[in-house]
Design a protein around this ligand. Structure first.
Ligand code: EPZ
Length: 422
């Protein structure tokens, strides 16, 4: 299994291109199941998670063609040949559970494996099932699979989520596009991913209002058609690379990134003493010779501080002046990076959902590993400013969500390389 070797090398300088958004693209791909015409996606990131979902969609009868080095993907679900999403794939990629809404809406039946828990928390799917039941489906749990049926089709309804769930909002939204009548989704996710999904569905003929607000209204239509849609830039990749020069020093422009998608992070970085500005081509981050100040962060649904950036921000706070309090409110077990950062010399205390980080003058390189994508990348960021070598193993997590990370960081002066089979 590959590892990544990082050596602290001083300030970073240059430009990093931001790829298409993984989490958005996964949901857009699932939407292809809603129509018998081709859906063409551009700005597709080249990541193993994208390949995994493509394999699942193919197993359901979707033809998947990739052009321009994988950047363009044409998905044609002319005929659904299977309504069952297998455990072997769903357990690897939880976003696969989002084929439930499209399959059920188009076919009147979907059999989708329960994804099970994962490293960051239990990650239940009860809200997804509640939404499908509200839309008129009958749900049964058998042998670890959700069997959802609606032989007469789905019907519009009011779905009120008790708290914000990105995935459940998106499953409800896709399913409602083909339901009879009007569906109102209350306490809906406002994440840019959900807004982009709504935009793509609208281009396919769906009638959607309110995406980006807490209440989305969907007027069901009889059928959707093909479309061409460009995937939005990845705000979590952007946020991750914004933190790199904040940790290592220097000035980096994130080309293609959108500041409006990471405003909560930008505000916290500015509070810590890092300069963040919008450029005609993206976002620029600069840290002068002084270090950063400790600031507190509480994760929240969009437009709040993203849970997917909490680990990276903790890496930054490890060498900040003062003490910071990082509170994780979305997932119950999302501090797995803390013990690894401690191995690099960080001073962190975790109690329940709160981590207290006392800044130390310097981190030291160490062999480390992490059990999820964002935790892994936080260790790479920490390694950029550490004395000596940091070897991050279990790199397959990184390949799920960061395209060519070692090339992108090398291009701005980081000493980082992939160690094959290490
Ligand atoms: C999406 O996960 C993202 N994944 C996650 O990114 C991200 O961390 C998360 O949203 C929050 O922003 C994709 O889009 C593929 P949720 P999702 O439903 O949709 C609980 C990454 O690193 N919940 O908003 O699964 C749940 O357990 C990943 O790229 C229920 O209890 O997240 C969590 O505590 C990791 N019942 C909270 O809600 C449900 O039915 C929010 O989860 C659904 C969710």
């Amino acid at each position: 299994m590959d590892s990544i070797l990082v050596k602290g090398n001083g300030a970073l300088s240059g430009r990093i291109p931001i790829s298409g958004a993984k989490n958005t693209c996964l949901k857009l791909m699932g939407a292809a199941l809603l129509t018998d015409e081709p859906l063409t996606l551009t700005n597709v990131p080249r990541l193993t998670d994208i390949d995994t979902l493509a394999t699942l969609l193919q197993s359901l009868g979707t033809e998947v063609a990739r052009l321009q080095d994988g950047r363009v993907m044409i998905l044609s679900a002319r005929q659904i040949t299977d309504r069952r999403a297998d455990y072997e794939i769903v357990r690897k990629l939880r976003a696969s559970f989002n084929v439930l809404g499209p399959l059920l809406a188009r076919e009147g039946e979907a059999i989708v494996s329960l994804p099970g828990g994962c490293a960051i928390g239990a990650r239940k799917v009860d809200l997804h099932m509640m939404a499908m039941e509200k839309l008129g489906a009958t749900i049964e749990l058998r042998d670890g699979y959700v069997h959802a049926t609606a032989p007469q089709g789905l019907r519009g309804t009011v779905i009120e989520f008790p708290f914000v769930s990105v995935g459940a909002t998106e499953n409800a939204l896709t399913a409602a596009t083909l339901a009879r009548g009007t569906t109102v989704i209350r306490n809906a996710a406002r994440e840019p991913d959900t807004v982009d999904l709504a935009r793509c569905l609208s281009a396919m003929g769906a009638r959607i209002e309110g995406a980006g607000t807490s209440e989305i209204t969907v007027e069901g239509v009889d059928r959707l058609h093909g479309a061409t849609h460009r995937v939005i830039p990845d705000r979590i990749e952007l946020g991750t690379f914004m933190i790199a020069p904040a940790i290592a020093g220097g000035e980096v422009e994130l080309v293609g990134g959108r500041l409006d998608m990471v405003s909560a992070l930008a505000a916290k970085m500015e509070e810590a003493g890092v300069e963040v500005s919008e450029t005609p081509g993206g976002v620029k981050v600069r840290r002068n010779g002084n270090g950063v100040r400790a600031v507190d962060v509480t994760t929240a649904p969009f437009p709040g501080f993203a849970t997917d950036l909490q680990a990276q921000f903790m890496a930054l706070m490890c060498t900040a002046q003062g003490m910071s309090r990082l509170e994780e409110t979305i997932f119950e077990n999302r501090f797995m990076h803390a013990p690894e950062l401690i191995r690099m010399g960080a001073d962190i205390d975790v109690h329940g959902g709160v981590a207290t980080v006392k800044g130390v003058p310097k981190l030291r390189g160490a062999p480390v590993m992490a059990t999820d994508l964002r935790a892994s990348v936080s260790l790479i960021l920490a390694g950029l400013a550490a004395e000596g070598e940091t070897l991050v193993s279990r790199v397959y997590h990184l390949d799920r969500g960061y395209e060519r990370i070692e090339e992108k960081l090398s291009a701005v002066g980081a000493l980082i390389e992939r160690v094959r089979g290490g």
